[in-house]
Design a protein around this ligand. Structure first.
Ligand code: SAH
Length: 237
């Protein structure tokens, strides 16, 4: 069964957008995954089709109404739908490659995109939405976050990435940042390619790449490095 994504949004016309191009776009055309972007507003009930209202307790901005969003969720993913229900939210657990892998191994996802100040807490609780953040900054809506999440998931689906191996040495997959890359020309503005990479000695090349990955991780991401050191007894891929 192909990965089945449903996105609930006030801007369905944003989709597939960038997901319709390149790797994810070709995968979409092949049917390796499906994408259904649905308009939350279709579930509004008043004449003005309004979906938001002022925050209880006062303050700036507007809040997406629980009842309307719940109806949109129930129509898109009725009870028994096995897909996880995600809500893009800066308060969520930061998305990482481990969660991306789990999602890619599953049946799909329902992804709710917030707007305004966010969504009424009661729909998060009542529909068991898992809040997912794509980083410690504020977007104006969940749509770009949903695209980031889906892009990361789709490239891991079976058959999507041309060279399956290239997924395994990538940054984060080994708990390390990836080593630097080089290609032609052999000299660029007086800069050469590290000699070892042109030696043809694959054992030494692997060792060099591993060392570079460790150096980069230690320098740039002490947090990842610490975790890597803690798990160092794990079998290496
Ligand atoms: N008032 C909220 C921010 C609302 S931003 C707060 O301070 O927490 C509007 C919508 O954009 C959110 O409901 C969410 O769906 C989306 N969004 C904003 N930043 C995000 C992030 N870092 N990760 C995922 N979604 C985000």
């Amino acid at each position: 069964m192909a990965f089945d994504a449903t996105v609930l949004t006030l801007y369905p016309e944003m989709f597939p957008g960038p997901l319709g191009l390149s790797l994810s776009g070709r995968a979409l055309e092949r049917g390796d995954w499906s994408l259904d972007a649905r308009q939350i507003r279709d579930h509004a009930t008043d004449r003005h089709r309004s979906v938001d209202d002022t925050p209880a307790g006062g303050g700036a901005g507007m809040v997406l109404r629980a009842d309307i969003l719940a109806r949109a969720i129930d129509a898109a993913a009725p009870e028994g739908d096995p897909r996880p229900r995600l809500l893009m939210s800066p308060r969520g657990r930061p998305l990482d490659q481990t969660r991306v892998r789990e999602l890619a191994a599953g049946p799909g996802a329902l992804v709710v995109c917030g707007r305004f100040e966010g969504v009424d807490q009661r729909v998060i609780d009542a529909r068991g939405l898992e809040e997912v953040s794509i980083g410690d900054y504020i977007l104006s809506g969940g749509e770009l976050g949903a695209m980031v999440l889906l892009d990361a998931v789709v490239r891991l689906l079976p058959g999507v990435m041309g060279n399956a191996e290239s997924g395994e040495t990538e940054s984060f997959e080994t708990g390390l940042l990836e080593h630097p890359h080089y290609t032609r020309p052999r000299e660029f503005e007086g800069l050469g390619i590290p000699e070892i990479l042109t030696s043809g000695d694959h054992a030494r090349i692997d060792a060099w790449r591993r060392r570079k990955a460790e150096e980069l991780t230690r320098e740039r991401r002490p947090d990842l490095w610490e975790r890597h050191e803690e798990h160092d007894d794990r079998p290496r891929r």
